[in-house]
Write a protein that binds this ligand. Structure first.
Ligand SMILES: [Ca+2]
Ligand SMILES: [Ca+2]
Ligand SMILES: [Ca+2]
Length: 282
């Protein structure tokens, strides 16, 4: 084969590959995105997990987690040991754009436990009647709880909004929780499975006035974790997204089929084009 033919063949292969990788999944919705950890190759460097949103909410591996085959690309595997989890933000101050009026949290999960108090993504203090922040995980059954301005008994109220039954143990499922200032919704595999209309107003986070070690919260992935309770997830978590607005049902459905950001795809294509050009010169 001549050098020219080889070049043409390689260029064709690269173009084919570029097109394939561009169309395997639509980009996720970027409007309102405040953190996105895909856990894919190239986004994890030592203990740092790059946030792919433009907010730069990089996360940190505490202890050890394994990288495993995910729903899209790679995912993280948690072994059920409380020493091992991912810290999205050390405290509320370092949670750069924490949702305050509305929120969506989205994940792909394999759960081996469905434990009583489990956390997929958590930013909360729930200690007796002190209930502030939000918990996206399990209360025996998959659930989403958001403490809000109303109702408030003086130190916050969390209502664990959940369906009648769990997804299958050991199988991937998609879960999204949304709160728009008036309704908490829980989605499983793109369908609303639980709803609560009792909560209203801004999200009630721990604040400076709350003493007793309850004036702050950590943003945690893979564990229910507050000042006095540590309940680790056993299983996998992939494609964690947090938004500061409530996604619609259509948007949740769209994101289920999506991975990456459109800007990433453009950058990737640009890189591959550069590679193709370099190759062509030789
Ligand atoms: Ca992934
Ligand atoms: Ca607690
Ligand atoms: Ca309370």
């Amino acid at each position: 084969m001549s050098k020219l033919h080889l070049s043409v063949l390689l260029v064709s292969l690269f173009l084919g590959f570029s097109l394939c990788s561009a169309v395997t999944a639509d980009p996720i919705i970027a409007d309102g995105l405040v953190a996105y950890w895909s856990f894919d190759k190239g986004t994890i460097n030592d203990a740092i997990i790059k946030d792919q949103s433009d907010i730069g909410q990089d996360a940190k591996i505490i202890g050890t987690v394994k990288i495993a085959k995910g729903k899209f690309g790679d995912a993280v595997k948690f072994d059920g040991n409380q020493a091992n989890y991912i810290q999205g933000a050390k405290n509320l101050k370092s949670f750069k754009k924490k949702p305050t009026k509305a929120i969506s949290v989205e994940v792909w999960v394999i759960d081996e436990g469905f434990i009583e108090w489990g956390g997929y993504v958590v930013c909360a203090q729930d200690n007796g009647s002190f209930e502030k922040g939000w918990v996206f995980g399990t209360n025996n059954i998959v659930s989403f709880a958001v403490s809000t301005k109303e109702p408030d008994d003086g130190n916050g109220v969390l209502t664990y909004v959940k369906p009648a039954k769990n997804p299958n143990r050991g199988e991937w499922f998609h879960m999204a929780g949304t709160y728009d200032g008036g309704t908490i919704k829980l989605y499983l595999n793109g369908k609303v499975v639980a709803e609560n209309k009792n909560h209203k107003g801004d999200i009630n986070y721990p604040n400076a006035k709350d003493g007793n070690g309850e004036n702050d919260a950590e943003l945690v992935i893979g564990q229910y974790r507050d000042k006095n309770e540590f309940f680790p997830h056993k299983g996998l978590i992939d494609e964690v997204k947090i938004y500061d607005r409530a996604l619609s049902e259509a948007e949740v459905k769209h994101n289920m089929k999506s991975s990456g950001l459109s800007v990433d795809v453009r950058n990737k294509l640009a890189t591959q084009w550069a590679e193709v050009k370099n190759l062509h010169i030789w």
